[in-house]
Design a protein around this ligand. Structure first.
Ligand code: UDP
Ligand code: MN
Length: 262
């Protein structure tokens, strides 16, 4: 029997969810819109907590959630729930989450994801610790039990295949994501790991193609930059690094220095 040929994965098959908050629209989001989101505009969705006419009038997909503008577990899980529900309602094949202080390299992301078998259960990202997370799962009758699981640090970005996302629905759809987050009393990224590894028994794929702000961007040699999926640029040299990376990847961008264009 012939296998049905699958069309190759395209960048536009990836639902890119960016988590932000009103007070970071001007300081962080604006920079992303100028750089990598300009390359992925149609399939990038910005999840925030306050409307922004400047952003929506430019045609970017902005999703204004009812989530509180706070850094609490509950507020962050509320945004992750919105990302999940919007992805499920879309026709995209992958959900990739990034924070608003991430530089995403779309070409590298596509190369990473297209290497996975079609229709497989994939949760890929960078583990935030060098060992599994330990948590207390709340059980009925005020009991708890120890649980161990790997999770991908949200600050480095992670992706879920549609097949796996569908299986997560009993713990992730609608109000359930926040409820699951409350069961382990941990934030959004840990909750994703808990659902995948403990509720579904599926192991996270550990990737060294995602980077978090715990690492020093300066350790990356320029020739490696085109291969990396996502960068963090913490501190006040953020803007400089973002521009440099973007101009390395897209040297013909109008505002890139001429010297880089050759
Ligand atoms: N964030 C949010 N609401 C807040 C504060 C932060 O949605 O009140 C988002 C922020 O836009 C970012 C992520 O949460 O995408 C992580 O925030 P940040 O980078 O400031 O902190 P970190 O957890 O990385 O130290
Ligand atoms: Mn951060």
């Amino acid at each position: 029997r012939e296998m049905k040929p699958q069309p190759p994965l395209e960048l536009t098959d990836i639902f890119i969810a960016v988590k932000t908050t009103g007070r970071f629209h001007k300081t962080r989001l604006a920079l992303l819109l100028e750089t990598w989101i300009s390359k992925t505009k149609d399939h990038t969705y910005i999840f925030t907590d306050s409307p922004d006419e400047d952003v929506s009038s430019e045609g970017f997909n902005i999703v204004v959630t009812d989530c509180p503008p706070e850094h609490s577990h509950q507020a962050l899980s509320c945004k992750m729930a919105a990302e999940y529900d919007h992805f499920m309602a879309s026709d995209k094949k992958w959900l990739c989450h990034v924070d608003d202080d991430n530089y995403l390299n779309p070409g590298a992301l596509l190369s990473l994801l297209e290497a996975f078998p079609v229709d497989s259960d994939i949760y890929v990202g960078k583990p935030s610790l060098d060992r599994p997370m330990r948590a207390q799962e709340m059980l009925e009758g005020n009991k708890t039990r120890d649980v161990h699981f790997w999770f991908a640090t949200g600050g480095a970005g992670f992706c879920l295949s549609r097949k796996l996302a569908e299986k997560m629905a009993p713990w992730a759809s609608g109000p359930r994501f926040e409820q699951t987050s409350a069961v382990i009393m941990l934030p959004d990224d840990c909750t994703v790991g808990f659902i995948v590894e403990r509720r579904l028994g599926i192991s996270m794929v550990h990737s060294n193609m995602f980077h978090s702000h715990l690492e020093n961007l300066l350790l990356l040699v320029p020739s490696d930059i085109p291969k990396q999926v996502r960068f963090f640029s913490g501190g006040c040299y953020i803007l400089l690094n973002f521009d440099k990376i973007h101009c390395l990847l897209y040297p013909t961008t109008s505002w890139c220095p001429v010297a880089l264009k050759s």
